[in-house]
Design a protein around this ligand. Sequence first.
Ligand code: AKB
Length: 335
Amino acid sequence: MGKILVTGAAGQIGSELVPALRKKYGYENVIAAGSGRTPLARDIAEAGPVISLDITDYSRLQEALAEHGIDTIYHMSGLLSKSAEDNRRLGFNVNYLGLFNVLEASIANNVGKVIVPSSIAALGPFGMETPRQNTPNDTRQRPRTMYGMAKVNGELWADYYSEHEDQEVNLDVRGVRFPGLLTWKTDPNPAGTTDYANYMIFDAVRKGRYLECPLGADTRLPMMYMPDAIKALINLAEADRKRLEHHGDYNVAAYSFTPDELAGVVRKVGSQFGISDFQMEFKLDPVRQRIADSWADSMDDSAARSEWGWKPDWSLERTVYDMMDNLVKKQEHKI
Ligand code: AKB
C-alpha cells in the first residue's frame, strides 16, 4: 500500500480525518501536512508522520509526494467562504492554485487518487430551475461567492482529470459537497459562514449564552456532524470506481436548521448539562448573511446514496448532546 497525505491537517476536517485514517490504515501510513500557521493537534503531531507544507509551493509539494511515496491525497486545505470574500487573492492562491498544484503534482508523481471536498457553496442561485429545498445533485450552478466559484471550478477539474482520454492524465478525483460541519474537537472557524452553529454550542457550554449570532433567526442551512463527514470522505474514497457516475460533486445531507431552531435544541439538550435559561442574541453580519442567503436550505443526496451507499448516522439532537458532552469533559480536562 502507498501512503496517504492529508493537507490542511490542522484544520477542522483534517484534525478528525487524520486520526480516523491512521486508525484504519496504520499510523505510519498517513502523513499529516500543515502549513504551520495553525499548530497541529497533539494527537496528530505525536502519533505519526508530520510535514510542513504550503500548498501554493509546487516544488515543495512535488518533493513531499516523491519522498513519502504517496498514492492517495486527501486535500483538505482551503479558505472558507467569509475569508475568501474578504481576501480574494488569498482565496485564489489557496482554493485555485493550491488545488491545481495538488492535481498536477499528483500526475507527475503517480498519485492515483485525490479526495477533495466541495461545498453547498457550489450551488445556486435558486429559482424555477434550481429549487432551494432538496436541491438536486445535477443542476445549473452559478454561485455568487468567490468560495462557491472556486468549488464549482474544483468540481469541473475533478471531471476533467478523472475522464481525460490521455492515459497520463488519468487521475481518480472524488469529492462531496459538504454542508456546514459541526465539531467540538477544534475551535469554531471565523473564516466560515456556517460556523455560527459551532460558536453557539461552544458558547452555551462555556458561558451559558450566545450573544453574537451573525445570521438572521430564520436563515436555514444544511449541516452535518463531523463523524458523518469523515465517514463520507472515507466511504467515497473506498467506493468501487465502476459504480460512480459523478466525481467531485456528490451532495451529502444530514439535517437543516435555522439559528432559532438550533437555539431551541441547545436549550433542550443543554438542560441535561446544567445550562439553564440559554439566551441567544444577534449581531448581524451583512457579508455572512449575503453568503448564507445564496445557499441551499437542504440538498438531495440520492446520487451519493445509490452510487456509494451514503447514509448519515447523526441526528441534530444527538449531535448537540455529543458535542456538549465532549466540551464539558474538555473543560474539566478529562479528555
Ligand atoms: C463555510 O461556511 O464557508 C463552510 C462551507 C459551507 O463550505 N463551512
